[in-house]
Design a protein around this ligand. Structure first.
Ligand code: CP
Ligand code: NVA
Length: 307
């Protein structure tokens, strides 16, 4: 059996994605009931971070502990990656010590190279192109509120970035209707959109936030300036301003619509305080679900790679 990686959301087929989401819901129920689930007892996850993180770091570390394993945290600044050791060497060495590797980095190519040379499953904990673990948690949050995912209008406001790309792939895998309001020049990558459409996703791209918000069931956004883009902040603030997720846009959506944001949020920029803290916000359930979804993912990858 070749080992399995989660470099992008498309690395799971529809059945596998549904299985991971079902298992995430089950693991959440078991954890709330105080039941232990030591399915990865004695296993070790190595986590490499080349960018900052709160949710990803803590949810992976706590998640592997709750499954009976342990985590090793590596900041690239403190290990030999930061001094130029090739990623393919790092991949082979870490594979001799660990059962899983998670990486948060800049170039998607780095994650791919790590996965190619590692003998154990590699998980993308965010790169410049994808944030697939986030979307597992997002999908779990939507499924907790709605049964008919394929009938929903899911609206994205802002950058056609890593989080948007992974949502586009989820739309492909699950046949979702995803409308992205993005400014010209900040559209998601055309090949990712085309691949997801070919897989069955109903993906629309517009520069009109009101059209995207109209009768939407789910509204979501992300920071206008992602990690590594800080030099563009001023320009991005000006371009993205009309796409702010505020009460006016939310007012165009269905009455029972809810709001997602992967966090960290910049209140007053991509989302208002009123919307983020309002009754229709699901963002803290969404953040919690990182833990449950990633536990299900780690169990799936280890099991699928060894059976
Ligand atoms: N949403 C998310 O990935 O958060 P962190 O950057 O805190 O990990
Ligand atoms: N798009 C954001 C997501 C942060 C979780 C970034 O890449 O910085």
């Amino acid at each position: 059996m070749p080992k399995r990686d989660f470099v992008r959301l498309f690395d799971l087929n529809s059945e596998e994605l549904t299985h991971v989401l079902d298992r995430a819901a089950e693991l959440k129920r078991l954890q709330k009931a105080g039941m232990s689930t030591p399915v990865l007892e004695g296993r070790t996850l190595v986590m490499i971070f080349e960018k900052s993180s709160t949710r990803t770091r803590v949810s992976f570390e706590v998640g592997i502990q709750q499954l009976g394993g342990r985590a090793v945290f590596l900041s690239s600044a403190d290990c030999q990656i930061g001094r130029g050791e090739p990623i393919k060497d790092t991949a082979r060495v870490l594979s001799r010590y660990a059962d899983l590797i998670m990486i948060r980095t800049f170039a998607h190519e780095t994650v791919k190279t790590l996965a190619e040379h590692a003998a154990v499953p590699v998980i993308n904990g965010l790169c410049d192109l994808h944030h697939p673990c986030q979307i597992l948690a997002d999908l779990q949050t939507v499924r907790e509120r709605r049964e008919n995912l394929a009938e929903l209008k899911i609206a994205w406001f802002g950058d056609g970035n890593n989080v948007a790309h992974s949502w586009i792939e989820a739309a492909g895998r699950l046949g979702l209707h995803l409308v992205l309001a993005v400014p010209p020049g900040y559209e998601p990558m055309a090949d990712i959109v085309e691949e997801a459409r070919a897989a069955g996703g109903r993906i629309e791209i517009t520069d009109d936030p009101r059209a995207a918000a109209l009768d939407a069931d789910v509204l979501m956004t992300d920071v206008w300036t992602s990690m590594g883009q800080e030099s563009q902040t001023q320009q991005r603030n000006a371009v993205f301003h009309p796409l702010q997720l505020n009460a006016e846009l939310l007012g165009l959506a269905k009455r029972d619509a809810f709001v997602l944001h992967c966090l960290p949020a910049h209140r007053g920029e991509e989302i208002t305080e009123e919307v983020l803290e309002g009754a229709q916000s699901a963002v803290f359930d969404q953040a919690e679900n990182r833990l449950h979804a990633q536990k299900a993912l780690m169990e799936f990858l280890v099991t699928a790679s060894t059976t």
